[in-house]
Structure formats: C-alpha cells, structure tokens
Write a protein that binds this ligand. Sequence first.
Ligand code: NAD
Length: 476
Amino acid sequence: MSANLQSVQQLGDVLAAQRGAFNQEGAVSADTRKRRIQAVIDLLVDNHQALTEAMEADFGQRHQGYGLMNDVLGSLGSLKHARDHLETWLPREPRSVFSPYDQLGAEAWVQYQPKGSVGIMGTWNAPMFTLFSPLASVFAAGNRAVLKPSEITPHTAEVLAASIGDRFDPLELAVITGGVEIGQAFASQPFDHLVFTGSTPVGRDIMRRAAENLVPVTLELGGKSPVIVGPSADIAEAARRLAVAKGTNGGQICICPDTLFVPVEQRDAFIEAFTASYSALYPAASGNADMVAVVNDRHMRRIDDCLADAQEQGAEIIRCPDVEVVTGSRQRPLSIVVNPPLNSRIMQEEIFGPALVLLTYSKLEQVVDEINQGPRPLALYYFGADQREQDYVLNHTLSGGVTINDALMHAAMEDAPFGGVGASGMGHYHGRDGFVEFSHARTVFKGAPVDPRGEWGMLPPYHDQFAAVMKSQITR
Ligand code: NAD
C-alpha cells in the first residue's frame, strides 16, 4: 500500500498496520528516530520549490521568500532541532526511592516510551509548519504518524501527499487528504495520540470524537490574542513592531495581535506611528507581491462582514495604507477598528486577517480585568519599560505564551514549550517539551533483593502492636 491513502478504509488499515509494527518493534533506537526525521528533512529539501509554489498557488499571493521562511525553514528548524537533540532526551531518569527501600537496594526510574501511532491534523495558514513541526516531536519520541493536511490549501496537500507517497513506508508515515468528512473520520480513529491544530470550535468537536476512543489530544487552537501597550511603552517602537507582526502572513497567524489596548492619551500618536510603519511595509495592497492575500473568498467575506458589522454599530475604521479597496482582490489594506461595541462580531470572533481592534483605556487594571473576562488567549503581548507594570500584567493574566516588547517571537523558540491554555488549547510541543508530550512517561520500580516486611511485623497475621506502631508514625 502507498503512504498516500485514498480512503477511510485505507486509513483504518494503515493505522492497524502501524500499531502492529510498533508492537513488534520493541525499543525504538535513536538511529531509527533520526533516520525517520532525516527522511522528512530530505523530502523538504528536495521538494522545497514545488511546495513553495503550491503554497503560492493556494493563497493566490504569498511571496515565495515568505513561504520558504515560514513553512520550509520553520519546519526544517523543528526537525533539525529534534534530530540533533533527541539523544540527550532518551536516557531513563533515575528517581528517588522512598525510605527504607532506598537503603535495601530498590531502584526506580522513568522511561519515556513512544505511544505508538499519532494522527496530526494541520491548518491552511501554515500548511506545512502545522504538520511538520509536530511531526518532528512525534518522530523524536519514537512514534509513527499519519498526517491530514487542510483541504483549503489543496495544491500544497497534493504535493505533500505525492512526495510522502513516493518516499515513505506507510508503516512509518502516511498521509490522507480531504475535507471535513475526512477530518471527522480521522479524529474518530483509535490513534495512540491525536494532534489537532485549528480553530477552537472545530477543536471541541475533534476532542469529542477522540474521547470516544479515549485518545489523548494535543489541541493547538486559536482565539483573540490581546496586546497591552502599557503607559510606560515607547509608542513609536511598539507601533513599528506591531505593524511588522500584523502584516505577517496577511494577519493569518494563530498568535497574530488581534485586539490592541492603547492608553487613551496615546491614541493619536499610536495610530499615526502604526499607520506610518504599516504603510512603509506595504505601500500598496492589491497587486503588492509582498502582501499575503486572504486565503479564499469565504474568509474574505467573513472579514468584510465583521468590518461592515462594526461600522454599522458606529465604530471608526482607519485603513492603511490609505488606498482604494479593489473589488474582487483578496489583498486588502489593514482596517484598524477603533473602539467597536462589545457585542460587535469583531469583538467576539478571532479576526485572522487584515484587520485589528484598537481599544483605548485609562487604567491598566481595567484592561487586565477585561482580558480575564474572556477566554484564555493563545498569546499575550505587553509593551512597556516599567518593571512593576510588566510584573502586574504577567502575574494577573494567563495565556499560552507571552512576548514582551515584541510580538510573535515566543512561538519561534524551539527550546521552549508552545501551546495554549483553556480555550486556546491543551498540551505543548517544540523541542524536549514535544518529546515529552508524545511519549508515555512510564515509572519503573525494581524491587529490593531483600524484603524485611515480615521480620518487621508489617504483614498479616498482624501482631497486637501493629496498629500502635502505625499510629506512632503519624507525625506533622
Ligand atoms: P480549522 O479548524 O477550520 O481546520 C483545521 C483542520 O481541521 C483542517 O485539517 C480541516 O480540514 C479540519 N476540519 C475542519 N472542520 C472540521 C470538522 N468540522 N471536523 C473535523 N475536521 C475538520 O482551522 P483552519 O481554518 O484551517 O485554521 C485557522 C485556525 O487555526 C485559527 O483559529 C488559528 O488560530 C488556528 N491555528 C492555531 C495554531 C496553533 O499552533 N495554536 C496554528 C495555526 C492555526
């Protein structure tokens, strides 16, 4: 059978075969793990041009340099980090044995063992990275895997499926393409672990399906990532860095700055600095080779509808660059929606495109309260120079990750966990944290050569004094 699966039936068959091969295999050596990772690295290096062109075709406009940086180099970064470090993650971890068995020669350790076969579902916004970055950790942990790319980027899915089909033994790595129905069938399989990257509403459904088979899940979800521009922030620099982050991938990033809280007295200065920076990066919208297009008409309509709704409800909208919107184009100037009402759609839904919400505030504590009333965000950003202000924000909020005085950066760390909390997800990957996530931490206790419990009167038939001896051990 090819690693490029054609039906749910084949998916079920390959999963069963992978699990059979896993059970036969026994310990998965460091060399086997590295060989699997290296085969993916080779696939990406050899096919990087075809994959980058496919992503460009899927988006309509996505600079090849950006595709190479975000998806090809991003994936290679995770894979190489895993390849080059996994040997240091494998040794068993000795653990302290309780007294008196520690003195009697008992031993204990934790062994991180592979779980078996892991399903990985990816998104369209980073159509390679959301598959290959988790795969790096999944393979480092010694597992086998099946990938399910997003149907919204069909060219990329097709090139991936063909190249994986050409190179991989389906017993180690397979791929299945398709839309919602295949996604539902995929999440219903009895994998040994399921990694889902995608939206929070779909994530709920995925978790429900996985629960039918008690499949553990890693959910890498989305939501609205807030930015606090503190009273002590350098406004011009904060605006510049946020403009860079907001333009990345056309605003279609899970940790994209979504809602900006700006001190009311800095409103005009911030907007002026932000629009100047953004317009310098993107002097034109439609036809601009550097601007990533909104992925399809459905997503463009979703964003347009949110903007129309905010405008109808009286929100001010500032566009940058200040150019005409070209009908039919999915490359749009960024819309800054200033102080929309709480019940407007743009205040409730993840924007995921070329728009942002700017809310003015007068007290930092109120901003923190407002953030805490919403779902736990995937990312939180704080800009400021005051240590007490920074500590207040960090100590009174909870989010998947944080970047201070910049945006997006924490997610690029290979050597630190990436993941959400609450509605923005569960579980983490990247580097050693990904290895641990996709391993089973198995405690092993090796008994002492001698067993003195009988001599000590601790076994039945109990001695008259047994209860009294036990009582004497109860201390504070
Ligand atoms: P999505 O939830 O629509 O789709 C994700 C995957 O699920 C795709 O493979 C898709 O085919 C499948 N799918 C879609 N609907 C399904 C259903 N009803 N049942 C089963 N499977 C289904 O997400 P998307 O639009 O591709 O991606 C955007 C979302 O992903 C945003 O919310 C973004 O924040 C989030 N995201 C999160 C991360 C992260 O690492 N946390 C990274 C990228 C994107």
